[in-house]
Ligand binder design. Structure first.
Ligand code: NAD
Length: 256
């Protein structure tokens, strides 16, 4: 379905972003990977689908590096047709104890980076009159939890950005949508489970059950594969007129 197209997925060396990159490659897209940590493993997992895969290590908190990545991608693989804004970090603390530098980093990585990639990707998408922008928001883009002020603010912000971009491109072949996962068992969430187990002196399995029980009525984690399948749907012709949605995949979290 995406043969000959190029997809850039931020934060795609791990977790949800890697799952989405693999699914888009499976659909035939050439892929631009981004993110920290081990690169060669994720790169070969994506390359296994037989399309071109390149990597740029831009730090999503740095607008200059984001610009370099966008230029690099266009020079190597041509126009970015599918942009998935996925990179994200978390920090948990009450607002009065929230370190200001953590606030700034979360807003920069989880929200402002999507503004920069979007503003830089849209001109070529407009020229082609086709494009897909998928923002990985969160259930926290729709409702709040205590101790996550920066994350909740950034995720509500990206849902707002999604709607605005969807309106600005509404008469074109470009769509912009958000997906809103509940708990997904990735390194980002494993850390919260481990912290909880340590804090409460309980087993990791017990901490995992409590985490799900608190918020996610299905008592099951959402998987990167499920989020990747939704992203593929949003890239399909069937989704040509899906614009500005914030689509929950949260086991009922926000239905409560
Ligand atoms: P993860 O920690 O597995 O992956 C995060 C990715 O972002 C990694 O590739 C990491 O290297 C990259 N990254 C972090 N800081 C970066 C920076 N400054 N510049 C470039 N890349 C950077 O986490 P994940 O759970 O897969 O999270 C992916 C997205 O999904 C995030 O936006 C997160 O908020 C969102 N999300 C996750 C969950 C969940 O339960 N795991 C739920 C809802 C939303």
């Amino acid at each position: 379905m995406l043969k000959g197209k190029t997809a850039l997925v931020t934060g795609s060396t791990s977790g949800i972003g890697l799952g989405i990159a693999k699914a888009l490659a499976q659909q035939g897209a050439n892929i631009v990977l981004n993110g920290f940590g081990e690169i060669e493993g994720p790169k070969s997992e994506v390359a296994a689908f037989g399309t071109q895969v390149i990597y740029h290590g831009a730090d999503m908190s740095k607008p200059g590096e984001i610009e370099d990545m966008m230029k690099f991608a266009a020079s190597q693989l041509g126009r970015i047709d599918v942009l998935v804004n996925n990179a994200g970090i978390q920090h948990v603390a009450p607002v009065e104890a929230f370190p200001p530098e953590r606030w700034d980093a979360i807003i920069a990585i989880n929200l402002s980076s999507a503004f920069h990639t979007t503003r830089l990707a849209i001109p070529a998408m407009r020229e082609a009159n086709w494009g897909r922008i998928v923002n990985v928001a969160s259930a926290h883009g729709l409702v709040a939890s205590a101790q996550k002020s920066a994350y909740v603010a950034a995720k509500h912000g990206i849902v707002g950005l999604t709607k605005t971009v969807a309106l600005e491109t509404a008469t074109t072949g470009i769509t912009c949508n958000a997906i809103c996962p509940g708990w997904v068992l990735t390194p980002l969430v494993q850390k919260q489970i481990d912290d909880r187990a340590a804090r409460e002196g309980i087993a990791v399995e017990q901490a995992q059950r409590e985490l799900l029980g608190e918020k996610q009525p299905s008592l099951q984690f959402t998987t990167p594969e499920q989020l990747a399948a939704l992203t593929v749907f949003l890239c399909s012709p069937a989704a040509d007129n899906v614009r500005g949605v914030a689509w929950q995949v949260d086991g009922g979290w926000t239905a409560q």
